[in-house]
Design a protein. Structure first.
Length: 436
């Protein structure tokens, strides 16, 4: 696997050096310094091969971190390890810079002893590492503490350590969805899907178990089979279900309960983490629609009109709205008129950029543009690239809804009512395009 690990500063001086295999010599340190750090040309690839030796490197600020090997290894796994190693260091001493590495080099060598064994990556979970590696070094544990470490390394709850205490118990949940759309000029949806993420910030004492309910029912479609569909396409209350094409959970989620109880149960890691990732392609509520009209008046003039409609509740406000209308390459000048927001022609992007700070639901506005064109000899017709759009709306376009969020902690003296819970829905544009 990994033959050696080296950390350099911007001058090429070695700060941390650990060799795991006999086939990696001292000349490997100098080879990386000369061919990568001090190279005259910019090194674009993160993998460099020098004299049958492979160097996998990442850079954080002015620090170079390089893994060296002479074997045929899994490159993705090496980079995954390097990124995890930087995350572990950041959790211990914050920012990765030369001063922090020099101040904590004993700690870094202790971490390397734990997370790399003869070049093979081991447990890189920060919560587990912090139970037996402290800032001052390895401390002697009692029998109970040793049993606790063993259960966390080999047991079910390796992502959370015991003994966490907060004065105020809080739980933040963000439902973040990216809407991707390709629409025809006539308003027909050619393709649409939502890529969603559920982000959580957990500041809870003890070992709490959280229970999290989604909508009334959800339908999982996997390889043509339906799971969790016990009431057909609609729930008992008559509300349509949310159809999720595929989803991915954090390791803390108990999947057995998800399939039987239609809810998510988990013991959350401490701090910020991604609970769930999902994708849906059915019954998407498209927040905005653009109706374009492009008319060519002779060879030197073009008229463009774009009508923007918001398709959500009037009580909600869309924000950070930006519409990008492409123009031909031979554009000489543009006269603009918009009813709402500000619009200007950006010659560097060959596009009209129309920005609106806020727009309420069920509203309509428009932009008109007269484009002067230069006469060209080329007979090639303008391909009319699609109009793209960026926005942010305070709801989930897929219809994803958090029904309840409960916290149970039997050992400590606090209940679900004592936990302050915040749920926020954010819908953003992914690749949101309308053809002209």
């Amino acid at each position: 696997m990994i033959g050696g690990l080296f950390m350099y500063n911007h001058k090429g001086e070695v700060l941390i050096s650990r060799v795991y295999r006999d086939d990696i010599g001292r000349n490997a340190v100098d080879a990386f310094r000369v061919n990568v750090i001090h190279a005259r040309q910019q090194v674009r690839s993160p993998v460099t091969n020098i004299a049958r030796t492979s160097f996998f490197h990442i850079r954080r600020a002015n620090i170079w971190l390089a893994a060296v090997t002479k074997q045929n290894v899994n490159g993705a796994m090496v980079f995954e390890f390097l990124i995890r190693f930087t995350q572990v260091m950041q959790s211990y001493f914050g920012k990765i810079n030369e001063e922090n590495i020099k101040n904590n080099f004993v700690l870094i060598y202790e971490l390397l002893d734990e997370i790399l064994d003869f070049g093979y990556p081991q447990n890189c979970d920060t919560g587990v590492l912090k139970t037996f590696i402290t800032q001052t070094g390895v401390k002697s544990q009692s029998k109970e503490e040793q049993m606790q470490i063993t259960s966390q390394v080999t047991g079910q709850i390796g992502w959370r350590r015991e003994g966490i205490k907060y004065r105020r118990n809080e739980l933040f949940l963000d439902v973040l969805e990216y809407v991707n759309l390709l629409m025809s000029p006539q308003g027909q949806v050619l393709s649409a899907h939502v890529a969603g993420r559920i982000l959580m910030k957990s500041y809870l004492s003890g070992m709490p178990e959280c229970k999290f309910g989604i909508n009334d029912k959800i339908v999982m479609e996997s390889k043509g089979t339906k799971i969790l569909d016990d009431t057909g396409s609609r729930t008992a209350s008559g509300k349509p279900v949310v159809v999720i094409d595929d989803c991915q959970f954090h390791q803390c989620v108990k999947l057995s309960k998800f399939e039987t109880e239609h809810s998510i149960s988990f013991i959350p890691p401490d701090g910020e983490f991604e609970l769930m990732r999902y994708r849906t392609t059915k019954d998407i509520s498209l927040p905005f629609r653009i109706i374009p009209l492009v008319r060519e008046v002779g060879r030197t003039r073009m008229e463009v009109k774009a009508v923007l409609k918001s398709n959500f509740k009037p009580s909600l406000l869309g924000q950070k709205i930006e519409v990008k209308i492409p123009t031909p390459l031979n554009t000489a000048g543009v006269q603009l008129l918009c009813l709402k927001g500000k619009a200007k022609y950006k010659a560097s992007d060959n596009a009209i950029v129309w920005k609106i700070k806020r727009m309420a639901g069920m509203k309509e506005t428009q932009l008109s543009a007269e484009i002067d064109l230069l006469e060209t000899d080329t007979k090639k017709k303008w391909t009319r690239p699609p109009i793209s759009m960026n926005f942010e709306v305070p709801f989930a376009p897929s219809g994803f809804k958090v029904r309840y969020l409960k916290v149970f902690e039997p050992k400590l003296n606090y209940s679900d009512h004592d936990v302050v819970k915040w749920v926020r829905y954010i819908g953003r544009s992914g690749l949101y395009e309308t053809r002209c």
